[in-house]
Design a protein around this ligand. Sequence first.
Ligand code: HEM
Length: 404
Amino acid sequence: MTLLQAEEKVLTWPFARTEWGTPPPILAQLRQAPPCAVIIPAGAASERRAWLVTRYPDVRQALMDPRLSADELLPGAPVRIQVPQEERPSSFLRMDDPEHGRLRGMIASQFTARRVRQLVPAVQRRTDDLLDAFVAGPCPADLHDAFSRKLPTLVIASLLGVPDEDSAFFVEKTRVTLSQDDPEVSFAAYREMTDYLGQLAARKAKEPQDDLMSQLAVNNLAVGDITMDELVGIARLVLVAGHETTTNQIALNILSLLLDPGLRAQVLADDGRLLPEYIEEAMRYWSISQDGIVRLVTEDLVLGEVQMRAGDAVVISIPAANHDPTVFPEPNRIDVTRSPRDHLQWGNGPHYCQGAPLARLEMVIALRTLFARLPGLRLATDDVPSLFRRGTVFHGVENLPVAW
Ligand code: HEM
């Protein structure tokens, strides 16, 4: 069977989450069978069919298999996050090795566990400052706006060398770029962010400071290892990947604890000893990276018993794999005693999240400090479904009203 011959009633991807923000229930049904055909609706690119991969072993294999290309410049490559055609490739996230490895390697030293440990005092200081300002304000208030949205933004901005006062600008440009409601509006936001980072990189090349963009400008741009476009591509990837994901994950991690007093007591006992396990398990449960992972088949292969042909598009569902009951029994329950580190929310294979050590550090510090400081923290709304963002590339919340 080919993609075009696949069953008559083809579902349109992506699917809506539940009212309570958990992954689409239809994924449970689809996981019973091999990969199926879905329609990726038209956006900046035309409507097309793709194989949807949902079972845990198939998703793992798909993320690792070199016959599935991430390169968005290949003819027929599927797109989920639309960027203006002439500005591709947007970043090494959508390249294959050796190009991908060459650019990824240039920033690897900044994201090792050792380097990230050195950031503990800076992340702690940012956390304390934000919470000082928060408790000094009115109660109830929006914790997402004041804290979970700001912390990762400020951390990644200072690592890159983007001034704090510009963070509101790139948060807004990222939001509009990823909203994808109107490709022209998204493109305009993407271009503004690109222009801004280009100007900043030029300044760093002239007057380097102690930050990632200066390091790339001095060590790589100046000696001709990378072009200015590649440098801007790396900065934009780190900026977007570094705040949009972590922001939403921190908010959801807080929300799950506010909704379940038993879980909260268990996780926060002994000065939050179980926080690292809880964070991985909450990542599995919420699976925020909901529909961004697409690949192109470059060589015929069999995946999950399906014969896929070169030129076929593939959508890889991390939420489906993370809720596969054959690997995670009772997947719709947050259980900190399971082995949550098998989840695929950081990806797998060559594109495994480069920022995972940093994101883990931010999440542990944010949660430990918040709940130690505000032990009476509680939700200030009964309408939990209204908190969730809908139809975005990364799942998350719009706001998080709390009292303390
Ligand atoms: C909870 C927070 C985060 C989640 C859930 C997350 C998730 C992911 C996932 C699923 C991928 C793989 C995408 C693919 O295979 O197409 C990825 C890649 C990446 N992430 Fe993260 N991420 C998070 C935080 C961060 C942070 C803080 C940074 C900061 C630098 C970061 C930087 C990157 C980069 C550079 C890549 C591309 C890696 C490559 O293509 O080789 N991420 N992330």
